[in-house]
Design a protein. Structure first.
Length: 455
């Protein structure tokens, strides 16, 4: 049996006589008041009609639309239908691209990571059908789901060696440069070398560049890619280690942004820097008390081996600034303190380029990949300093963990405008859901691309 979805709005009629008559007939005797979230199910010959109210038209945003999609999916499943046609005549004056937003979000909800299961679940996807397919949705979907696949895969599949191969296979048309082995040492990437010494796989710094024919600005994207974080010699407890396959999410986001930006042919040059390591205990592991020299010459006292992400980012940030960019953005599942402060659905943003920060912040709430700004106060800078090196990787005193970790990173960028996104919360949901999405969410990919469109 076929189905049609008709969105209604408070105080408005439906611009088609037959549908309007069916709407009023279905309302009789019901509790439907055409307020946001109200819905009706009616039958018209051989098809189901679902009327769902979005409330007042001028107040409709992506969050309201996503709530509606989630509810409609539930209704459609109870009717045992897999496809539902969207009635479009009354949607054209919405303050957003309804075709794109509904198509993208509903498609992201249909994603399942099951390729390693012997018996896969029966597909429970629901497809929202429009008269004309929005081809751009496929570009977004491909890039975001590519990132989700990388993050969802286990450390048995994603490690520094395999990540290099994936990048070279997936981005053959791009300029890719990989630092590893003696070259890491000769170049002075001490943070990456130190953290990676305990792992079974050689650490790397992967560089990838998207170079459009015409561009006015260059952005450097730096992504933390610890393919598994045991904590090193300061081993994490079981509960904190369980999901540490996701500690490479920052690197995955960088790859997703480059993939999508190239498909959309954005006129922005993008340089990607992905330091990738395993943080494992072993005979060669770095230790508390070590002094590590970073690429820009600054030294770091190691106070705890589970504060490793900032070390590999320091090397990559230093190189990114040396090679030049109009703006540097880094992405990292960096601190548990970020989740304590903002919960699991909001990421932190900190930085020195206030204009870029505000634009990124505004975009984040417009598309519901929410960010919240945290400060970089000068009075906390002394907490990052060390008595025996330039800075220390932790041991900053009580509280402010996300802020102080960002202040540590700031030590490795001297002149270039910089944004830091701590995505520890919304990038992955094991037990809950991020607006309906389970597992890796792809958070940060669309956010950055929408930001770069106006860069």
């Amino acid at each position: 049996m076929k189905a049609v979805l008709v969105f209604s709005f408070s105080g408005e009629s439906i611009p088609e006589k037959r549908m309007e008559n069916l709407f009023y007939s279905a309302k009789k005797g019901s509790k439907f008041k055409n307020k946001k979230g109200d819905y009706l199910i009616a039958k018209d010959e051989s098809r189901w009609i679902i009327f769902y109210s979005l409330g007042k038209r001028k107040k409709v945003d992506i969050f309201i639309l996503r709530e509606a999609i989630l509810k409609v999916r539930e209704i459609v499943r109870t009717l045992r239908i897999r496809k539902i046609k969207v009635f479009e005549k009354n949607l054209r004056k919405l303050p957003l691209d309804f075709n794109f937003e509904i198509s993208l979000f509903s498609s992201l909800l249909n994603y399942h990571f099951e390729r390693k299961k012997e018996k896969k679940k029966e597909k429970d996807e629901v497809i929202f059908v429009f008269r004309k397919k929005n081809k751009t949705v496929d570009e977004y979907l491909s890039a975001i789901n590519f990132v989700r696949d990388l993050i969802n895969a286990g450390a048995d599949e994603i490690n520094p060696e395999s990540l290099e191969k994936i990048v070279k296979d997936e981005f053959r048309e791009f300029k890719v440069r990989v630092y590893k082995g003696k070259e890491l040492s000769n170049k002075g990437f001490g943070g990456i070398l130190a953290v990676g010494k305990g792992g079974a796989y050689e650490p790397r710094l992967i560089k990838i560049e998207y170079l459009p024919e015409k561009y006015n600005k260059t952005v450097a994207l730096v992504g933390k890619a610890v393919t598994f974080d045991s904590g090193g010699l300061n081993v994490k407890p079981y509960s904190a280690m369980e999901d540490m396959k996701i500690d490479m999410s920052g690197g995955a986001v960088v790859l997703g942004v480059i993939k999508l930006a190239s498909k959309l042919r954005l006129p922005v040059r993008i340089k990607g820097y992905i330091p990738t390591v395993e943080n494992m205990p072993g005979p060669g592991s770095y230790k508390q008390g070590d002094i590590v020299k970073i690429y820009n010459g600054k030294t770091v006292e190691i106070r705890h081996t589970d504060a490793e992400g900032r070390l590999i980012l320091a090397d990559a940030l230093s190189l990114a600034e040396e090679e030049g960019a109009d703006l540097i953005i880094d992405y990292a599942t960096l601190t548990g303190a970020c989740i304590t402060a903002l919960g699991t659905k909001i990421a932190a943003i900190l930085g020195t380029d206030k204009k870029a920060l505000k634009r990124m912040f505004d975009v984040s709430w417009n598309i519901q990949e929410p960010l919240w700004e945290l400060p970089l106060p000068a009075f906390y800078e002394k907490d990052v300093k060390s008595e025996i090196a330039d800075v220390k990787n932790t041991g900053y005193g009580t509280g402010g963990g996300t802020i102080k970790a960002a202040l540590f990173l700031k030590e490795f960028i001297e002149k270039t405008g910089w944004l830091h996104l701590d995505i520890a919360g919304p990038v992955y949901f094991d037990k809950g859901k991020f607006f309906g999405l389970k597992g890796a969410t792809g958070f940060g990919v669309r956010l950055t691309v929408e930001f770069l469109k106006a860069f």
